[in-house]
Design a protein around this ligand. Structure first.
Ligand code: NDP
Length: 286
């Protein structure tokens, strides 16, 4: 059996088409959703991510601005800038590209972003709302994973979902979202014993570790849905996920590729959150 490949690029394109129409409608009321991305330093991967985000915003008719600060910028300088953006009515979403240089506290920076403009969904208030099922922005990659599973027509409720990875930006929130969708959720991490025995029980296996091709056929139950969040640059310059795609596609029922799986969905969710924020600001003003 060969797995069905889940095409994240196509699904994201459909979502963006709809967003574009909705942005055009909002523009008739004189509201242009605006996303500002702050990049500190010269990290090459971050440069690419930031450029992509800005380009996608423009394609959809959103306003986007990238503010670049030098590696040596101080925490105070960054906090001051965030304060200004919080007060700027044309800015509906603020995103600080992580990782930040070591001398800047990520927590202090994320805490400083207005909850209403935290379109990345990393602010503790948004994280808390995710935990208790309240209203708030969902973090983009985990939300993209759920959207991708649902739009592929895969049922989540009642199924056993195993998440490998427990980071604050992917593993934990995606586990909570799967729980919200009524899956039975197990979380694995670097201290999990006999991980293969656990992942092999998964109907839905979500992997967010950051180790190229670490999940092989031996980790996967025949027919399982395998969602690969990992993005790893190999020595030959190509990208690979955390899942050995060629091996696992022979046993899984559905599988996401890297690139072209979860990545495009992340950006689509970011744009969707920014539009939602612009809408909220517009309704408050009117
Ligand atoms: P982190 O490094 O923050 O977390 C990795 C997690 O994997 C940790 O919880 C760690 O466990 C766990 N882990 C490490 N080694 C093992 C192991 N051998 N067995 C089981 N678990 C292990 O990574 P992120 O969550 O930020 O990112 C994960 C991947 O997803 C990366 O490749 C990243 O590039 C990618 N990514 C992709 C995005 C997209 O849009 N497609 C967006 C964000 C991330 P422990 O907690 O015990 O240390």
């Amino acid at each position: 059996m060969t797995a069905q490949t889940i095409n994240g690029k196509e699904t994201a394109a459909l979502i963006k088409e709809r967003l574009k129409e909705e942005i055009a409608i909002l523009a008739r009321d004189g509201v242009v959703p605006g996303l500002t991305v702050i990049l500190v330093g010269e990290d090459p991967a971050s440069q690419v991510y930031v450029r992509n985000k800005a380009r996608e915003c423009e394609k959809l008719g959103m306003a986007s601005e990238v503010i670049r600060l030098p590696e040596t910028a101080s925490e105070q300088e960054l906090l001051r800038l965030i304060g200004e953006l919080n007060r700027n009515e044309r800015v509906h979403g603020i995103l600080v590209q992580l990782p930040l240089p070591g001398h800047i506290s990520e927590k202090a920076v994320i805490d400083a972003i207005s909850v209403e403009k935290d379109v990345d969904g990393f602010h503790p208030v948004n994280v808390g709302n995710l935990l208790i099922g309240g209203e708030g922005y969902l973090p983009c990659t985990p939300a993209g994973v759920i959207e991708l599973i649902k739009r592929t027509g895969i049922a989540i409720a009642g199924r056993h979902a195993v998440v490998v990875g427990r980071s604050n930006i992917v593993g934990k929130p995606v586990s909570l979202l799967l729980l919200r969708e009524n899956a039975t959720v197990t979380i694995c991490h670097s201290r999990t014993a006999n991980m293969e025995d656990i992942t092999r029980q998964a109907d839905i296996l979500v992997v967010a570790v950051g180790k190229a091709k670490m999940i092989g056929a031996r980790h996967v139950k025949p027919g399982a849905v395998v969602i690969d969040v990992g993005v790893n640059r190999l020595e030959d310059g190509t990208l690979a996920g955390d899942v050995d795609f060629d091996e696992v596609k022979e046993i899984a029922g559905h599988i996401t590729p890297v690139p072209g799986g979860v990545g495009p969905m992340t950006i689509a969710m970011l744009l969707s959150n920014t539009l939602e924020s612009a809408r909220k600001f517009a309704s408050v003003k009117h």
